[in-house]
Write a protein of this length. Structure first.
Length: 301
């Protein structure tokens, strides 16, 4: 495959990825307000975050100005995303494998960004010494990312297969996702070792895409890797791996949403209470006709 077919394939995949990801992000953002019964410690609360306090505990809080930090939530999320703090706390045996897996993903993403930067540097005819530095960094990030990601994906797949504690949480889709990612990482490692100047070759490929070079061609190891990676990007936004977007809402719209109930929220909650309930649990005694308001009123009585 050469020339315009690479442009159609790669840019087509990116278009589908962005459209579906944006659509699903909007859909998540429009979901009903969560059940505000219990909130996690909110890091933006100055002086109270460490013990899980809230502005609501202050005497006549509605008369006082809230003391919040915009930096604390960002630092909290950075530690969670980069170091996987929740897994370290709750499932430490799984942490080394999933840390290697996610670190591999981050490094490969860094490699892609650096490859785009390298392509721009080549188009602008930057000095060879400057370009060489970025190519070395790109190459190191690529190898580390492929090896760590491949090790993590294969290890997590085997752990899901053989660990009886995880069988209840397994599904065909989870096995397939890990196997697919393992194939992407392994094909990347294969292309890195098979191509003497991998970072330069990849950057030249990106340059050909950016400049719409219709004579663009790449060697088989890299073409195999690009095809597998493109298919994965095409598949990704349709799966539960969209959690890379959903995680933002998990924290900001669920665990940390302590905003004061205003008229808009009051209206939204009242509308939600009118929805019929069809849960099959016997203690709920829902028949698909009674609303949440009916059930909660009955329980109060």
């Amino acid at each position: 495959m050469a020339g315009i077919f690479w442009h159609i394939g790669v840019f087509g995949v990116l278009a589908v990825f962005l459209i579906v990801t944006i659509y699903r992000t909007i859909a998540i953002a429009r979901l009903p307000v969560h059940l505000r019964w219990e909130l996690a410690p909110i890091p933006r609360e100055k002086g109270k975050a460490k013990y899980g306090g809230s502005y609501l505990e202050d005497y006549e809080w509605w008369k006082k100005r809230r003391r919040t930090s915009w930096l604390a939530p960002l630092l909290y999320m950075a530690v969670e995303i980069l170091l996987l703090r929740a897994i370290w706390k709750h499932n430490r045996k799984l942490w080394p494998l999933t840390f290697a897996f996610h670190t591999g993903i981050y490094l490969v993403f860094l490699m892609l960004l650096l490859s785009i930067l390298n392509a721009i540097l080549m188009v602008t005819n930057v000095s060879a010494s400057v370009l060489d530095v970025f190519l070395v960094i790109t190459s190191v990030a690529a190898l580390a990312g492929y090896l760590l990601g491949g090790l993590g994906a294969v290890s997590l797949l085997l752990k899901r297969i053989f660990d009886s504690d995880l069988r209840a949480f397994n599904s065909t889709a989870k096995y397939f996702n890990l196997a697919f990612l393992a194939a992407v990482f392994i094909s990347g490692a294969y292309s890195w070792f098979a191509i003497p100047d991998f970072a330069l070759t990849l950057s030249q490929f990106v340059e050909g895409l950016v400049t719409l070079d219709t004579s663009l061609t790449i060697v088989f190891p890299l073409s195999l890797h690009v095809i597998l990676a493109s298919l994965f990007f095409l598949y990704l936004p349709f799966t539960d791996m969209i959690h890379f977007v959903a995680k933002y809402f998990t924290y900001h719209a669920i665990k940390w949403d302590d905003s004061i109930k205003d008229a808009r929220m009051e209206k939204e909650l009242n509308e939600l209470l009118t929805q019929p309930v069809s849960w099959s649990a016997e203690h709920i005694k829902a028949d698909g006709k009674k609303s949440w308001a009916d059930l909660t009123k009955k329980s109060d009585e």
